[in-house]
Design a protein around this ligand. Structure first.
Ligand SMILES: NC(=O)c1ccc[n+]([C@@H]2O[C@H](COP(=O)([O-])OP(=O)(O)OC[C@H]3O[C@@H](n4cnc5c(N)ncnc54)[C@H](OP(=O)(O)O)[C@@H]3O)[C@@H](O)[C@H]2O)c1
Length: 286
C-alpha cells in the first residue's frame, strides 16, 4: 500500500521522499522519481506532510519513537489500519512532540489508490486537513469525518464489519448448498444479483433505526424471520454444515422475540447491541 500511495503522489507531480524498513522496497520507487531517504529521520526532515502506512499502530510508534523530535510542526497522516482508541492515543502521543495528527482509512486496495472513486476517510486536525487536502485528493475521494481522530478508524471498521457479515452469509450459503452437490460457482451466479436486490432493505432498516420505529415499511416480521433462520440452522445441522456464522444472529432474534417484539421488523435487534442509536458527531459528505 505504501508503494501505491507513493507512486500515486509522484504521478500527480508531488515531490516525495520515501523510506521503508526493507530498503529495496523504497529503492524501487527511485525509478518513479522518489527521493529515497537513508533513514526515517531524514525522510521526516524532508517534508512537512508525512504519510505513514505500515502493518499496525505498534509498528508506527516503534518506527517514529527514535525520530519523535523531528515531528514538531509536521502533519502526520496515518493510513495504517487500527482501532479508534489507537487513533486517539496516537494523536495524543504525536501532539506531545508538537506534531499534528490526521488519521486516514483507505477503503481501497493498492490497485484502486489514485482512482477518483477510491474511498478514503480522514479525521483529526481540520486545519491541517484543509491545508493538505489538495495533495491528498490525488489518492482518492477525500471524506473528512471530523476533528476526533478516532472517527476514520471507526468508519473503517464499521464498513469492514458490513463486508465480513456479507462474506459470512456467502460462505454459509455455499457450504449449505454444497451439502446437496450445488457448486459454489452456481451459488455465486445466483447470489450476486440477489444480494443487489436485497441490499434495498438497508434503506428501510436505516430509517427504522433512525426513527426507533421498527414497524415502519415492514415486510416480514421478526417472528417470521426467526422461524426462517431457525430452519436454516436446523437444516445446516442435519446436512452436516457448521452453523456458527449465523447462530449469534439467531440468538439476538430470539432475545428480541422473547422481549415481545415479534410483530416488529428485525432491525429492532440493534436495541440489544449497544450504541446504535447514539448521536453521531461525524461530518458526512453530501
Ligand atoms: N493491502 C490492502 O488492500 C489494504 C487496504 C486498506 C488498508 N490497508 C492497510 O495498509 C497497511 C499496510 O498494508 P499492506 O497491504 O501495505 O501490507 P504489506 O505489504 O505487508 O506492508 C506492510 C508494511 O509495514 C511495514 N512493517 C511491518 N511491521 C513493521 C515494523 N515492526 N517496523 C517497521 N515496518 C514494519 C513493512 O515493512 P517491510 O517492507 O520491511 O516488511 C511494510 O512496509 C495495513 O495497516 C493495512 O491494513 C491495506
Amino acid at each position: 500500500m505504501g508503494t501505491a500511495l507513493a507512486k500515486t503522489l509522484l504521478k500527480a507531480g508531488h515531490p516525495s521522499t520515501v523510506w521503508n524498513r526493507s530498503v529495496a522496497r523504497a529503492e524501487a520507487l527511485a525509478g518513479h522519481g522518489a527521493n529515497v531517504a537513508s533513514s526515517l529521520t531524514e525522510a521526516i526532515a524532508a517534508s512537512d506532510l508525512i504519510i505513514i502506512c505500515v502493518l499496525d499502530y505498534p509498528a508506527v510508534k516503534e518506527l517514529l519513537a527514535p525520530a519523535a523530535p523531528e515531528l514538531k510542526g509536521k502533519t502526520i497522516v496515518n493510513f495504517t489500519t487500527g482501532r479508534p482508541n489507537e487513533a486517539l492515543a496516537m494523536r495524543d502521543w504525536i501532539s506531545g512532540f508538537g506534531g499534528v495528527y490526521i488519521d486516514g482509512a483507505l477503503m481501497a486496495t493498492p490497485t484502486m489508490v489514485g482512482m477518483p472513486d477510491a474511498l478514503i476517510f480522514y479525521s483529526g486536525d481540520e486545519t491541517a486537513f484543509h491545508r493538505w487536502q489538495a495533495v491528498l485528493s490525488c489518492l482518492g475521494r477525500t471524506n473528512f469525518l471530523g476533528a476526533e481522530p478516532n472517527l476514520a478508524a471507526l468508519m473503517d471498521l464499521s464498513l469492514l464489519s458490513g463486508m465480513y457479515g456479507l462474506f459470512a452469509g456467502f460462505f454459509h450459503a455455499v457450504s449449505l448448498a454444497a451439502s446437496g452437490g450445488i457448486p459454489a460457482d452456481e451459488m455465486e451466479k445466483l447470489m450476486t444479483p440477489w444480494y443487489r436486490d436485497i441490499l434495498g432493505f438497508l434503506g428501510t432498516y436505516a430509517t427504522q433505526i433512525r426513527e426507533g420505529d421498527y414497524f415502519r415499511d415492514m415486510d416480514a416480521n421478526l417472528q417470521v424471520h426467526t422461524t426462517a433462520l431457525g430452519n436454516i440452522l436446523r437444516a445446516s445441522q442435519e446436512q452436516g454444515v457448521r452453523a456458527e456464522l449465523l447462530t449469534p444472529l439467531f440468538d439476538l432474534f430470539q432475545a428480541r422475540l422473547a422481549a415481545g417484539h415479534g410483530k416488529e421488523d428485525i432491525s429492532g435487534i440493534v436495541e440489544l447491541m449497544g450504541r446504535a442509536s447514539a448521536p453521531v458527531s461525524a461530518q458526512f459528505p453530501s
